[in-house]
Design a protein around this ligand. Structure first.
Ligand code: CA
Length: 354
């Protein structure tokens, strides 16, 4: 006959068993990234993310990363995560502008916010909520995936001295900036990282932008193009973790929290790493490749780009209420946050510059 103590002891064993069974359940997520295998900085951020997830979850959540060579579709991440072929992706939101024009506002915008300003907007100024609104209808969740910092304007075979020089210019430049250039007569195109060098070398394109010293140096562009322009088009390029919403919802709460923390941490780490690599590589370029000539677009070119940018934004806002909401949010935030940047970082740097 079972005594009360025996029943309690049996119940306790059952509870222990079910707790340990739960603890032992291991979840797997498959992540596709847009980058070639072992790609520096971008690829390191997914590895950092994987390590953190696996350590924080005590091995209960495992991540498998497939680089471009496995899935063969660097610009197919959106579809593969949406369909469930992959659970997650690491890419850039502005690559999906052909699927939904409103995705492009969540990477960086020409003449827009710098990285600290944009992080403030995403996390505390309503940016994350707007991004969620855009991705919701596709069954996708989008999180920040790491920032490159301010990008260089690109490598050019010829100098750009006037707006007329943009006419017919074949340039690899994705996102909204490509559309701005198209408005001034250029012919923008997007080409995956692995094909950039050959395209510029064979003059399939006249110019390209990739990132900045952090990643441009190892691509070798300085060997095939003499002019390196300062930026206007991608002041704060933020990559993206995409997750299939159903898959995310199927995970226990603690693993969801671990994913969120690990993505945010990997993103922040990528920004720091990008800044570091840019500083180190810029020093190297100055020392080892003095033939590289730094240029800044002349003021009339910058003014024309800016005017085209504003015209395009106004057109977008007039066409689509959600675009209007996102653009209004970014512009209102930029106005406030930039006033602070000017009196803080900019005033500090100006005071030290002469
Ligand atoms: Ca770029």
């Amino acid at each position: 006959m079972l005594t009360k103590a025996r029943i309690l002891s049996l119940l306790f064993s059952c509870m222990l068993f079910s707790t340990s069974a739960l603890a032992a359940q291991v979840y797997h997520l498959r992540l596709a990234e847009s980058w070639p295998p072992n790609f520096p900085i971008f690829g390191e951020s997914t590895k950092t993310f994987k390590q953190q997830v696996e350590a924080l979850s005590g091995g209960r959540l495992r991540i498998t990363i497939h680089a471009k060579n496995k899935h063969k579709a660097p610009f197919g991440i959106f579809d593969m995560v949406r369909s469930g072929q992959y659970d997650m992706g690491h890419s850039a939101s502005y690559y999906w502008k052909g699927k939904d024009p409103n995705t492009l506002y969540f990477t960086t915008m020409p003449f827009g916010m710098t990285a600290p300003e944009q992080y403030a907007w995403f996390y505390h100024g309503g940016g994350m909520q707007l991004m969620e609104k855009v991705y919701d209808k596709y069954g996708l969740l989008s999180f920040l995936g790491g920032n490159t910092g301010n990008q260089m304007g690109g490598w050019f075979q010829k100098e750009i001295n006037s707006v007329a020089d943009l006419q017919g210019l074949k340039m690899r430049i994705p996102g909204f900036a490509g559309e701005v250039l198209a408005k001034l007569g250029a012919k923008p195109t997007n080409i995956p990282a692995g094909e950039l060098y050959t395209a510029l070398e064979r003059r399939t394109i006249d110019a390209l932008e990739w990132v900045g010293p952090s990643l441009d140096l190892r691509m070798g562009f300085h060997k095939i193009a003499p002019y390196y322009y300062t930026g206007w088009h991608e002041p704060a390029t933020e990559l993206q973790f995409l997750i299939n919403r159903k898959k995310f919802a199927s995970l226990p709460d603690d693993l969801q929290a671990i994913l969120r923390v690990a993505m945010q941490s990997a993103a922040h780490d990528m920004y720091a790493r990008s800044y570091h690599e840019s500083a180190m590589n810029w020093a190297k370029i100055r020392q080892e490749y003095p033939q590289v000539q730094i240029r800044t677009f002349p003021k009339p070119v910058m003014d024309a780009l800016r005017a085209a940018n504003e015209q395009l934004l106004a057109e977008r806002a007039a066409q689509d209420p959600l675009a209007k909401e996102i653009i209004a949010s970014q512009q209102a935030y930029l106005q406030k946050v930039r006033a602070w940047t000017r009196i803080s970082d900019q005033a500090y740097l100006n005071a030290l510059s002469e």
